[in-house]
Ligand binder design. Structure first.
Ligand SMILES: [Zn+2]
Length: 388
């Protein structure tokens, strides 16, 4: 059985220990005692070194804790050094979670279903369908207020039959490790915690997300929250610089830009249609009619978009006009025939597609297909009288 030193002293970062068992093939060591926290209860394992060799993983096997190192360690007595910054961060997140969970219970009777410390954010899943912004602000304020009071965080070992006042009943039997935040919370927990709630300030609630009928709430505590707040400020300051307004005017300025962009995009569409109409009119003027009196134009365009359709429609709004438009880059074809041309655009395109394959259709004056193929073009040119 491995003695878990972090149970009674979360601040212990260095210790000498004896190797009691090993699995050399897997680079696994078992020690008589360890300061290394194994992954469990939503808290990731510690990192650090054993006799100078990096520890990659710490696994809770129930009675024993397995330490997996990067390379084999052959000594019988080893020096364990945990990576303190990572450990202390986990202590801040974990105690912060107990404070938050207690506050959600105290203010709104909302229980915590689960907890997880991620690399960037920590999360709790709260047993509520939804949370209001006001609830989130009140919970954050209360959590920070309690934390600033510097309440003592202590650990005790109580018999599961005798223990009282737990926030959440424990399903375990025998001796329970109880983490108590003075006057606020008692939880059965195996995690590493700070000694005073003052060490987890500030507690910052971030995103919420609905999941499995509950709400997952992201939060950060202590140094993580400071880093996040600094990063948020950098982002907002950069946005303010780009929009040339003060920080507080940013939402209004961004909204104005959004409205402006919508207007500009509408203008762009209007102008492209206008250009299409003008080009069609010039084309119509410059195109000499064939012997049958029909003006025929074949165009290859980049894309058959709205502006291209406007151009085609305008061209055939003039008397005795026929237009064939192909797009090789986007595989498309468009046929347009003026009402007095004696040609039916829809029928001609359908006939041609029936021979070459492809989908399409339209009216007697305007029809469009989704293929671009030399055989199809040749068939259409013939049917539309280009070759005569
Ligand atoms: Zn806990």
């Amino acid at each position: 059985m491995t003695e878990r030193l972090y149970y009674t002293d979360s601040y212990l970062s260095y210790v000498k220990a004896r190797v009691v068992d090993a699995d050399p093939a897997a680079n696994i060591l078992y020690l008589d005692r360890t300061p290394f926290y194994p992954t469990s209860g939503g808290q990731p394992h510690d990192l650090g070194t054993i006799s100078g060799q990096p520890v990659l993983e710490v696994i809770d096997e129930g009675q024993r804790i397995a330490h997996r190192t990067a390379v084999p360690v052959s000594e019988n007595m080893v020096e364990c050094q945990i990576e303190w910054a990572r450990r202390y961060d986990h202590m801040q997140q974990h105690t912060g979670q107990h404070v938050l969970s207690a506050v959600w219970m105290e203010l709104f009777s909302i229980p915590t279903k689960s907890f997880h410390i991620g690399a960037e954010n920590s999360t709790v899943e709260l047993g509520a369908r939804d949370l209001t912004d006001e609830q989130i602000e009140r919970a954050e304020q209360r959590a920070n207020q309690v934390a600033r009071e510097g309440r003592l965080v202590s650990v005790s070992f109580d018999d599961s039959q005798m223990v009282t006042g737990l926030r959440k009943p424990s399903g375990r039997d025998g001796l329970l490790r109880i983490v108590t935040i003075d006057g606020l919370d008692r939880s059965a927990c195996g995690g590493t915690h700070v000694g005073s709630t003052a060490e987890v300030v500030p507690i910052q609630i971030r995103r919420t997300e609905k999941i499995r009928g509950n709400v997952r709430l992201e939060f950060v505590c202590g140094a993580r929250a400071e880093r996040r707040a600094r990063q948020d400020y950098r982002i907002v300051a950069e946005l303010a610089r780009l929009t040339a307004v003060g920080l507080d005017d940013l939402p209004e300025a961004v909204n104005k830009l959004r409205v402006r962009l919508t207007e500009v995009e509408k203008d762009k569409v209007r102008l492209s249609h206008e250009v299409g109409r003008l080009e069609a009119t010039i084309l119509s003027t410059e195109t000499r009619p064939s012997e049958d009196g029909i003006r025929r134009v074949a165009l290859n365009v980049l894309t058959i978009d709205d502006a291209a359709r406007v151009k085609a429609q305008t061209f055939v709004s003039h008397t005795k006009s026929v237009l064939l438009m192909t797009s090789t880059s986007q595989s498309g074809v468009l046929v347009a025939c003026s009402a007095d041309s004696g040609l039916n655009a829809g029928a001609i395109l359908r006939d041609a597609l029936a021979q070459t394959g492809g989908r399409g259709g339209g009216t007697a004056t305007l029809a469009q297909g989704n293929v671009s193929d030399p055989t199809l073009t040749a068939l259409l040119e013939e049917a539309l009288g280009f070759s005569s």
